[in-house]
Design a binder for this molecule. Structure first.
Ligand code: AMP
Ligand code: GLY
Length: 434
């Protein structure tokens, strides 16, 4: 089998690492990939949004199965184009990817099908949005750009002046371009957050092990929002009772709703949930594996990933058992100094051999590359989030300790990372045991 993976971040590296376990896989191409991924796949310099070039490449290289990682190409119809060229693909159609590509679409879907989420209103002018916020006068208030915004389209405003600044930047200055044509103004919810990724072929829905992201840049959940500074799995707040409620009130209704709208979803559907006093509610949907959630969830998958992905593409998921290990995993993101603001690139990364640690136990720790590049055969930094250092363990405590031990062996100038990934989860575990 020749496989093609579209994307070039830590998520795609985690997907490729897992796909490689299948003995029928002869070759994996990654477009565009990155420095670290090039040790595990043939990276070719075609961008994830160069859809026609991707399809051409897939045809010329006799690709048997393709996986599209990021949201942008999915929302722009990458899966449709590959399918039209006769290439089986894991990833939703552009119509189905609208569940992430348009917040207005996803909110209206949830309202129409009674899927629990924050109350909201939609506005297409800055004036209307702002007068609504002034008239309700309830803070904090959540402001979301309608379209994709690199995970940065959510503003939580504590007062009128912050709301005004946020709305101006999205709708008037248009910092996210057309993604700011409309905004959703949403009720502020509180409670622990849980990420649940699920395989679905539009007929069956199989949730994966739950996880917890750490979005803020600094320890103690302080500092600016980032793409994600680390993850743990499973998420201790996500009990079996809560999982059952989510399946019944959120996961299956979402699958059915997409079917009824004529947008059957086949791929990985990501549920960003908040466990509020009045039950679990959807904060956001993503049409793909989370990043860095994939970096902890996929290492815990015991079933062959390619088999599951093919079952999703063929709509035979209900006949395919999917098992996860009982253990835990922790991923600590090593970021460039300055991230999520501006940062230097091209800094030499030390402590790795062929992209990985000189590990004693290679099956339990992984260095997933998010933003690295090979320069004269040496790995250098090439992005804000550079590496996702992941370790598995029998318990969460063990996984966290191993991940930080591995982190201690890697260095690059300016490197910054959170020291408290998983701490809140451990505290929750202790609470429960009391
Ligand atoms: P998103 O980019 O949609 O993942 O949102 C980023 C973060 O904003 C989420 O992980 C939440 O922490 C927060 N957030 C989004 N919507 C709400 C809401 N309605 N109430 C409280 N926090 C929210
Ligand atoms: N980690 C959140 C995301 O992938 O959007």
């Amino acid at each position: 089998m020749n496989l093609l993976v579209v994307g070039g971040g830590g998520r795609e590296h985690a997907i490729i690492t897992k796909l490689k376990e299948n003995p029928t896989v002869t070759k994996i191409y990654c477009l565009p990939g990155n420095g670290g991924i090039s040790y595990d796949a043939s990276c070719v310099a075609i961008g994830a949004m160069e859809l026609d070039a991707i399809v051409d490449f897939a045809k010329k290289n006799e690709i048997d199965f393709a996986v599209v990682g990021p949201d942008d190409p999915l929302a722009n119809g990458a899966a449709d184009k590959l399918l039209a060229a006769g290439i089986p693909v894991f990833g939703p159609s552009g119509d189905a990817a609208a569940i992430e590509g348009s917040k207005v679409f996803s909110k209206e879907l949830m309202k129409k099908y009674n899927i629990p989420t924050a109350a909201y209103e939609v506005f297409d002018t800055a004036d209307a949005a702002l007068s609504y916020i002034k008239s309700t006068n309830r803070f904090p208030v959540v402001i979301k750009a309608d379209g994709l915004a690199l995970g940065k389209g959510v503003i939580i405003a504590e007062n009128t002046s912050e709301a005004e600044k946020g709305i101006t930047s999205i709708m008037t200055e248009r910092i996210f371009g057309d993604s700011g044509n409309r905004v959703v103004i949403e009720e502020f919810l509180t409670g622990p957050e849980v990420s649940v990724l699920a395989f679905t072929d539009s007929k069956a829905m199989i949730p994966m092990v739950s996880s917890m992201d750490h979005k803020r840049a600094l320890d103690g959940d302080l500092g600016p929002n980032t793409g994600g500074m680390g993850t743990i799995a499973p998420n201790p707040y996500y009990t079996e009772e809560i999982a059952a409620v989510c399946m019944k009130n959120i996961f299956l209704p979402t699958m059915e709703a997409m079917n009824k709208e004529g947008r059957p979803f086949r791929g990985c559907l990501y549920f960003g949930l908040m466990l509020t006093e009045s039950g679990p509610k959807v904060i956001e949907y993503n049409c793909r594996f989370g990043d860095p959630e994939a970096q902890v969830v996929l290492p815990l998958l015991e079933t062959d990933l390619l088999t599951v992905m093919k079952a999703v593409a063929n709509e035979t998921l209900s006949e395919t058992p999917v098992r996860f290990s009982k253990g835990a995993a922790c991923c600590v993101v090593l970021a460039s100094g300055g991230y999520p603001g501006s940062y230097e690139k091209g800094i030499r990364i030390e402590g790795l051999v062929a992209g990985q640690l000189r590990a004693e136990n290679t099956s339990d720790s992984f260095v997933f590359h998010a933003g690295s590049k090979l320069e004269n055969n040496e790995l250098v930094t090439a992005g804000g989030r550079v590496l996702g250092v992941t370790a598995k363990g029998n318990s969460l405590e063990e996984a966290i300790a191993s991940a930080y031990q591995a982190v201690g062996r890697i260095h690059f100038s300016g490197m910054h990372f959170r020291k408290d990934i998983g701490r809140r989860a451990l505290d929750a575990n202790k609470q429960e045991k009391k």
